[in-house]
Ligand binder design. Structure first.
Ligand code: ATP
Ligand code: MG
Length: 402
């Protein structure tokens, strides 16, 4: 089997790396996502290379050729070559010697097939040579074109080796699946759903946010709910309708945290606990929480206090979310978003340092005075300028003293 070489394969950076590694024969091939994408003729995310050389040998060969190489994951056999700011992850062929459902002990091998056999799905287990010829031990080429996400080998065995593959099964189906999901894979996922509990939050988050970013994740989420998979790390009830509507009106890039807030409406802190389970970063968790609880009202005389409190971006997202839930009309939502677009949130024109300069003792009273001034400024629709705010501050301090 052969495909016509893609521009990324013949780019000078790629060739520089591949020519060094293949000087003595067929020792390095493209692997994983870039091969799948090449077969499907869609853009690639990054170039992954598999090699029969040990990581040390890869580093030596590349360095001798004047190519920069960084030992990014030596213990699992990965080094990264950098050419003209392009990165290439180069991983020595591996096989699993021990698995416990969460992590694997791996050994290096020189056997392409052994490496392919430990990969998750047939469409992810192909090797591509620089000339465009494909080594496809498990029929991944046909499966990729047919949109069939199929486990390499027996689904139950593969899931017990690494439970994350349950989430990956649905993620890849969301992106590449056509028609019905593979029944054997689905059955094994359903039967082992409970094991997801044993996974680290970090691994769940990465997979699940990628899944949510798929062009149309809703049918797959429905499948996951029916298979009892979703409930294990994200308590229901789910609002698939809201997510559908959000995606319909979403004109920008997929926003997985916003999508999650639509999918899992906050109820007794459930959704928030799920974000803790998935080990969201502080910023992600704060945003998720704000989205889940903020309630800008369409009838308000002014949206500015809400916009000021949330910031423009979060306000607009909270409005989208509300419209997706059907809590406000799309006409109201548009008006509110327009109000935000035409009014960039201002900053209070006075700072703590100004107050200290006026003679206020540094400490909690500064914060207290700033909050009072801010309330006064908001009540005057953010109109008072710096001079007016300073005058008001002086007045407040004088009043305090009497
Ligand atoms: P993308 O990066 O576009 O999401 P990808 O196929 O590169 O897709 P990665 O998660 O980056 O996906 O993994 C790279 C490759 O490593 C996969 O194509 C697959 O062959 C293998 N792989 C990754 N995770 C697993 C896993 N849990 N079990 C088995 N093989 C895996
Ligand atoms: Mg990848």
């Amino acid at each position: 089997m052969r495909i016509s070489p893609k521009p990324w394969m013949t780019a000078p950076e790629t060739r520089a790396v591949m020519e060094v590694l293949n000087r003595d024969g067929d020792m390095a091939r493209f692997v994983g996502g870039c091969v799948r994408s090449a077969v499907l003729d869609i853009p690639i995310a990054d170039v992954d290379i598999a090699t029969r050389y040990t990581p040390e040998k890869v580093m030596e060969l590349l360095r001798d050729a004047g190519i920069r190489v960084v030992p990014t994951g030596l213990d699992h056999g990965t080094v990264t070559a950098v050419v003209n700011h392009e990165h290439f992850e180069i991983t020595t062929l591996r096989l699993d010697v021990e698995t416990d459902g969460r992590r694997a002990v791996v050994a290096f091998t020189e056997d392409w097939r052994e490496d392919a056999a430990r990969r998750d799905f047939t469409m992810n287990a192909m090797f591509l040579r620089p000339d465009g010829s494909i080594d496809d031990p498990f029929g991944g080429h046909g499966d990729a074109l047919a949109g069939k996400v199929r486990f390499v080998g027996d689904p139950t065995t593969r899931i017990r080796e690494d439970v994350l593959r349950i989430l990956r099964f649905f993620r890849f189906h969301a992106y590449y699946g056509k028609g019905e999901v593979d029944p054997a894979g689905l059955k094994a996922c359903r039967e082992h759903a409970g094991l997801i509990d044993s996974l680290s939050g970090e691994r769940i988050r990465v997979e699940f946010l990628k899944l949510l970013s798929a062009p149309s994740p809703v049918p797959v989420l429905d499948l996951m709910e029916n298979a009892g998979v979703l409930q294990v790390f994200l308590p229901g009830p789910y609002d698939l309708e809201a997510l559908l509507r959000l995606i319909e009106m979403d004109d920008e890039a997929a926003d997985p945290v916003l999508r999650l807030a639509a999918l899992a409406p906050e109820r007794n802190g459930h959704a928030f606990r799920a974000s803790e389970r998935m080990r969201f970063s502080n910023a992600e968790a704060a945003r998720f929480h704000a989205l889940s609880v903020s309630e800008p009202e369409p009838g308000a005389p002014s949206f500015r206090p809400d916009i000021y409190r949330l910031g423009n971006a979060l306000f607009e997202d909270a409005v989208r979310l509300k419209a997706a839930r059907g809590a406000i009309s799309s006409a109201d939502a548009e008006a509110m978003i327009e109000a935000s677009r035409t009014w960039p949130k201002p900053d209070l024109p006075v700072r703590g340092a100004d107050l200290v300069e006026m003679g206020l003792a540094a400490g909690p009273s500064v914060g207290e005075a700033l909050r009072r001034l801010e309330a006064w400024w908001i009540a005057r629709d953010f109109v008072p300028d710096r001079d007016a705010c300073l005058a008001e501050t002086r007045r407040m301090i004088a009043e305090e003293k009497t």
